[in-house]
Design a binder for this molecule. Structure first.
Ligand code: APR
Ligand code: ZN
Ligand code: ZN
Length: 361
């Protein structure tokens, strides 16, 4: 029987979100119902509510979450009731060309729960990124659940479900940052700071944080950056070259998603260096570059999808490092809030006041 719980709904384009009773069906084959314990507020939730992703309103927002598996449907082998899990928005198919070539992070046939959660009147909800975890309980595909150590705080664990994994993975998985490398991170919000933390974990010798906001640079220094550059005050490409013996960084991570910062990232890398693009641009943005520079500068340009992560490999590993005190995931939680505070959290996020607000239950 479907259960009634409270969830945060975006009802229409640019309308403030509201908390409503929703119906969560029993899990079908391959599905699980998760009792959510924490869910971070991410830019993508705001994009949904602004109508920037698609117009399949009403949305059940929230997708950066951890909780307990309450019940599982037929044939579920991944998890059992009582497991503490982090949810991911890309349960890969295992069958497609990318999956079979051993690169499941490029799988574009990912799946979610098949039956809809609904409003009380039966209106189907579109769960944000196939999760919908600003709710006391949510229904997901069992493959979206990764079991991790239950000793860790849910607010911290949930962060790995999206932005923090995207940033750490951009450095470690996509960028392949190695011991002694120089790394520059352009844009030090939650994602960029996570890239700083990832570069530090990987043993980078120099980590140069670039942002236009001094408050963000201060936080980046606390998280592990060794140098900071305010790109309102100085040319970031010159500054990065100056800090790397005139060469440019071995790995430059772009975590803003704008043409000018893409261009800075392109020129701030060492000739044989790697640029990792994790900031998401909008459809109308374009970048014009002299082909001779594209050809002549060598190295590589890579985009990073969800940190090119493998949840079953990366989530437990990062939780371990956190528990050992080698990765301070708590530094990303600016505040914990209640389910009714999501709209205010969007405002604070928009003003650049927080790295992450996390709803806890
Ligand atoms: N140069 C440098 N930094 C900039 C610039 C710029 N021109 N413009 C904005 N920034 C900084 C902001 O000051 C902020 O610190 O970029 C940071 C962006 O951070 P957030 O807004 O907190 O966004 P975040 O959640 O970190 O995501 C960053 O990654 O995954 C993508 O969709 C996501 O495109 C977004 C990006
Ligand atoms: Zn997100
Ligand atoms: Zn696949």
């Amino acid at each position: 029987m479907a259960q009634e719980v409270r969830g945060v709904i975006a009802g229409g384009k640019d309308e403030p979100v509201r908390t409503e009773t929703i119906l969560v069906p029993d899990p079908g084959p391959g599905e699980a119902v998760v009792e959510v314990r924490a869910c971070g507020v991410c830019h993508t939730d705001l994009h949904y509510r602004q109508g920037g992703i698609n117009d399949e309103f009403p949305f059940l927002l929230g997708h950066e979450a951890a909780g307990w598996v309450e019940s599982v449907g037929e044939g579920v082998t991944e998890v059992v009731p009582g497991d503490f899990v982090i949810l991911n928005w890309r349960a890969v198919c295992g069958q497609c060309r990318a999956c079979r070539r051993g690169r499941p992070w490029y799988c574009f046939d990912t799946h979610n729960a098949r039956q809809p959660m609904t409003l009380k009147d039966g209106t189907p909800l579109s769960p944000a990124l196939g999760i919908g975890a600003f709710a006391e309980k949510t229904l997901v595909a069992a493959g979206q659940c990764t079991k991790v150590d239950a000793e860790v705080s849910p607010a911290v664990a949930g962060l790995l479900g999206c932005g923090v994994m995207a940033g750490i993975g951009a450095a470690i998985n996509t960028g392949g940052v190695g011991r002694g490398d120089s790394v520059a991170v352009i844009g030090c919000g939650g994602v960029g700071d996570a890239a700083v933390a990832g570069a530090r974990l990987a043993g980078a010798a120099r980590i140069i944080a670039v942002d236009i906001d001094d408050r963000k640079l201060e936080t980046a220094l606390k998280i592990g950056a060794t140098h900071s550059v305010n790109s309102r005050r100085e040319d970031p490409v010159e500054a990065i070259r100056g800090l790397t013996g005139g060469f440019g960084a071995d790995v430059v991570i772009e975590a803003v998603g704008r043409p000018e910062t893409y261009e800075q990232a392109f020129y701030a890398r060492d000739l044989a260096g790697t640029v990792v693009l994790v900031g998401v641009p909008t459809p109308e943005m374009k970048l014009e570059l002299p082909l001779l520079d594209v050809f002549g500068r060598g190295g590589s340009l890579k985009s990073s999808w969800y940190g090119d992560c493998l949840p079953s490999r990366d989530f437990p590993m990062l939780i371990d490092l956190h528990r050992q005190g080698r990765l301070d995931l708590g530094a990303f939680v600016t505040e914990t809030i209640g389910l009714d505070d999501v709209e205010q959290a969007f405002e604070r996020m928009h003003a650049g006041d927080v790295l992450r607000s996390v709803v806890v239950f």
